[in-house]
Design a protein around this ligand. Structure first.
Ligand SMILES: Nc1ncnc2c1ncn2[C@@H]1O[C@H](COP(=O)(O)OP(=O)(O)OP(=O)(O)O)[C@@H](O)[C@H]1O
Ligand SMILES: [Mg+2]
Length: 404
């Protein structure tokens, strides 16, 4: 095929992809189906708050201390919005001063910045990042999710069209260009209470090209600290920042690793993924070594954890690989794997996350099973974060597997 013809076909293909993507997002955002959060029944709400169901019923009933929720049916069963759950949580903390209800970090507890990274494409980075961000918002933390990938999968999962809804100035592009150090312009609210987003679009790939030029032009330009400095300056009102990295070791990923107080590396347990993850570790280690030479006391990290992603629980080969990973990585490996679930695959296709669908996809049993895996992973990461803050009591009170 002649190059000119190929160019034409690729350009046509690009248009088709863009139109299809627009249709999917538009469909999900149709007025009757606009992206919104579900209501939480008492049983789920109690777990998220960390109280018993009977106590929750007692405090939220008419005349109770925290009367709220919508009565469903005639037997006074209630459902709650996420805003209502946050209101109860904050009220309980104010009333009892019990650490188990405290989500907001103290000035002594540093902002947690969690990078979800792996050079391997399709390793479940975005899936892990979005569900972690939403779980943490469900639990009541103030979360900022940052899309560092020019493919903008995270951005479109929040119902935004990267090409049309997001200007380059509304991404990290101006920050990487050195036009501003503030994230103010690119942080936007989402339809999730307590969860904000820094979206991305193709302009970030432009930033990848421009950074080396900047590094050559500007003497003493610490190219690896751009993101860290911007986050430390403008994300002070959050408890947690989550960085969704692209599948490459470019400026974005290096910046993410230097901004991070913790790193999560999702690894699907197949031999091929294992090999590329090995390369990822080696390159991370080389990058850290180089920067240590320049900036010996500059970098501290609270945790670096491997997450087994897309685990097929019936696959015997995977079992062996996981065993091997456990033996070699020890406590670097998170105890809870994330299993492959069809509901999650379908959810991604429809630009919905697991926390946004209900059990209409597949059977209720398979939905609950997937949810239990997801919540166990996220609760474990929450525990790691709480430990980094030194909150042992709160770690003990974390919801267990069927939580949320
Ligand atoms: N536990 C899971 N069960 C089923 N499907 C999953 C699961 N985790 C991820 N997927 C699917 O795998 C695909 C790749 O996931 P994802 O986009 O999160 O990977 P990624 O590492 O961010 O990819 P990229 O490198 O392109 O950024 C998606 O279609 C997603 O829906
Ligand atoms: Mg991704």
């Amino acid at each position: 095929m002649k190059l000119s013809r190929l160019k034409e076909r690729l350009s046509h293909g690009a248009d088709v992809c863009q139109i299809t993507q627009q249709k999917i997002v538009a469909l999900e955002n149709a007025p009757q189906d606009r992206k919104r959060l579900k209501q939480f029944p008492t049983v789920e709400a109690a777990v998220l708050l960390g109280v018993s169901e009977s106590y929750l019923r007692q405090i939220t009933k008419d005349g109770g201390e925290f009367t709220c929720g919508t009565v469903v049916g005639n037997n006074y069963r209630r459902t709650f919005t996420l805003q209502e759950l946050h209101w109860i949580l904050d009220g309980l903390h104010e009333k009892t001063r019990d650490e188990r209800y405290r989500r907001r970090r103290n000035p002594t507890e540093k902002l947690q910045v969690v990078a979800v990274a792996n050079f391997k494409g399709g390793a479940a980075k975005t899936t892990t990042a979005v569900h972690l961000a939403q779980y943490m918002a469900l639990r009541g933390y103030r979360v900022l999710a940052v899309d560092l990938d020019s493919q903008a999968s995270l951005t479109s999962l929040f119902g935004l069209q990267p090409d049309t809804d997001v200007e380059p100035e509304e991404t990290l592009y101006p920050v990487f260009r050195g036009e501003t150090q503030s994230l103010e312009r690119c942080i936007r609210q989402t339809y999730w209470p307590r969860l904000d987003l820094v979206p991305s679009n193709l302009s970030l790939s432009q930033a990848e090209f421009e950074m080396p030029v900047r590094a050559q032009r500007e003497k003493n330009f610490a190219f690896w600290l751009v993101l860290r400095d911007a986050i430390q300056k403008s994300a002070t009102n959050y408890d947690l920042v989550i960085l969704d990295c692209p599948p490459s070791l470019g400026f974005m990923s290096i910046n993410a690793i230097f901004a991070a107080t913790g790193v999560i590396v999702p690894v699907p347990p197949s031999m091929i993924d294992f090999a590329s993850t090995g390369q990822f570790f080696r390159m991370c280690s080389q990058v850290l070594e180089q920067v240590e030479e320049v900036d010996a006391n500059g970098k501290e990290i609270d945790f670096f954890k491997i997450l087994i992603a897309k685990h097929n629980v019936t696959d015997q080969n995977q079992k062996q690989i996981i065993h091997l990973m456990g033996a070699n990585f020890g406590d670097m490996l998170l105890q809870n794997p994330m299993a492959v679930t069809t509901a999650l695959d379908g959810a991604g296709l429809r630009k919905r996350t697991y926390y946004e669908i209900d059990d209409q996809v597949g059977t209720r049993q398979s939905y609950m099973r997937g949810l239990a895996f997801l919540n166990s992973v996220n609760a474990e990461i929450e525990g790691v974060m709480l430990k980094a803050w030194g909150r042992q009591e709160a770690v003990r009170a974390l919801p267990t597997s069927n939580a949320a």
